[in-house]
Write a protein that binds this ligand. Structure first.
Ligand code: AMP
Length: 380
């Protein structure tokens, strides 16, 4: 157990690190951030920041020595340096989990090997016959780079011969995964925390609506049966246990039209679809992550509102003219609205598709909250 007053380190300095830092300082911890880039929403709110490449072993080792435990706020951190210095500090979760989850092919292979339900896929080596792999899985399907992109980066849907030919050209020389296209009823996610004692605790299941592959809305409660929610929760907890996780894990799921639950993706960190917990849950996902990493008892995951919808605010909401940003959104409609919470990440440069903040709408039921959320988003 790492008592309050000690220092927790975070590798990565984005908005997830920023919200983690807020939760940690509220519990009396000091936060150090390791982030290669100088612009860092997390460094801005933390006691200390190191800006150096992840491959700078000396800088990384000195950083780890200054922290009672180190965690991550995104999974694309090179694991080789972590492996080389693993004895200098406490890493929660362990780097082996990052290694699995930062590569789509390794993650899917791990799911298959451990018999967790996943989307059927086939692997295609860099210069192998992608067209043949696509025909093996069948059209429609999706081609994705083996290494993780995020938010739909590095993936293409194949729906006909023309898109097949295009994919063969655009994925040339890259290791790829070809996945069967899933006609899903909806997308769900479960955030599960696992303690140093092996206790697991899951937040209520969220229903996620994506637009252009980027999360747009998360609804809680998800509009699915209690039985589906229970199956999703049990699956997420089994995965966390099999990974021997200490920390937080997001499990993204498809609910198919045949009510099957398939794992799409794993992320061993706080997740965008858990931001609603900041405003409508007794313990936020960030506080839960702090508790798990520090070896404290896990917190209460009861909701404090009948329904919540989280809406992402992308750079697209800024005013644009000829590719130039000409002004920020007018926040007043959101700020005037009752039962709405606005969160902005302090990023200086808005870009199309860049996550700049989010807002949460509290409602009496998911439909009502979603309707208000859509209206407020449009007004923005
Ligand atoms: P990913 O980056 O793999 O999570 O994909 C981003 C989004 O693309 C998902 O949340 C889905 O909305 C969609 N998607 C990805 N893979 C599939 C698939 N095999 N079938 C249908 N939709 C998919």
């Amino acid at each position: 157990m790492i008592p309050p007053g000690k220092t927790l380190g975070v590798l990565g300095g984005g908005q997830l690190g920023r919200m983690f830092a807020h939760a940690a300082e509220r519990l009396g911890y000091h936060i150090h951030i390791y982030e290669p880039s100088l612009e860092s929403p997390a460094a801005e709110v933390s006691a200390h920041a190191v800006h150096a490449p992840y491959t700078d072993l000396a800088a990384l080792e000195a950083f780890v020595r200054g922290c009672a435990a180190v965690t991550y706020e995104f999974e694309n951190i090179p694991v080789e340096p972590l492996q080389r210095i693993e004895n200098t500090g406490v890493f929660r979760p362990k780097w082996q989990i990052l290694e699995i989850t930062q590569n789509r092919l390794r993650e899917k292979t791990w799911l298959r090997k451990n018999e967790f339900p996943h989307v059927p896929f086939a692997e295609c080596e860099a210069n192998a016959d992608l067209a043949a792999t696509i025909r093996q899985i069948g059209i429609p399907c999706v081609v994705k780079t083996a290494d993780f992109g995020y938010d739909g980066k590095g993936q293409q849907k194949i729906s006909d011969e023309a898109s097949l030919a295009h994919a063969v050209t655009s994925f040339q020389g890259q290791r790829a995964v070809v996945e069967r296209w899933v006609d899903f009823k909806c997308e769900l996610s479960v955030l599960v925390a696992r303690s140093t004692q092996g206790e697991t605790r899951s937040f209520p299941v969220a229903e996620n609506i994506h637009t252009k592959h980027i999360l747009d809305f998360s609804l809680v409660p998800a509009r699915v049966s209690a039985a589906v929610q229970e199956r999703a929760r049990a699956l997420a907890e089994a995965i966390a246990t099999r990974l021997d996780l200490v920390g937080l894990l997001a499990v993204e799921l498809f609910l198919t039209n045949r009510e099957e639950i398939l794992v799409n993706e794993l992320a061993p960190r706080p997740h965008n679809s858990g931001h609603w917990t900041l405003d409508a849950c007794v313990t936020s996902q960030f506080e839960q992550h702090v508790r798990a990493v520090a070896g404290l008892p896990l917190g209460d995951v009861s909701t404090t509102a009948p329904a919540t919808v989280m809406v992402n605010i992308l750079g697209d909401a800024w005013k644009w003219s000829d590719g130039q940003c000409t002004g920020a959104p007018d926040w007043s409609a959101l700020l005037h609205e009752p039962r709405v919470h606005l969160h902005l990440y302090g990023k200086n440069e808005p870009r199309l598709g860049r996550k700049m903040g989010h807002f949460t709408v509290i409602g009496n039921d998911p439909e009502d909250a979603l309707e208000r959320a859509r209206r407020l988003k449009t007004a923005l």
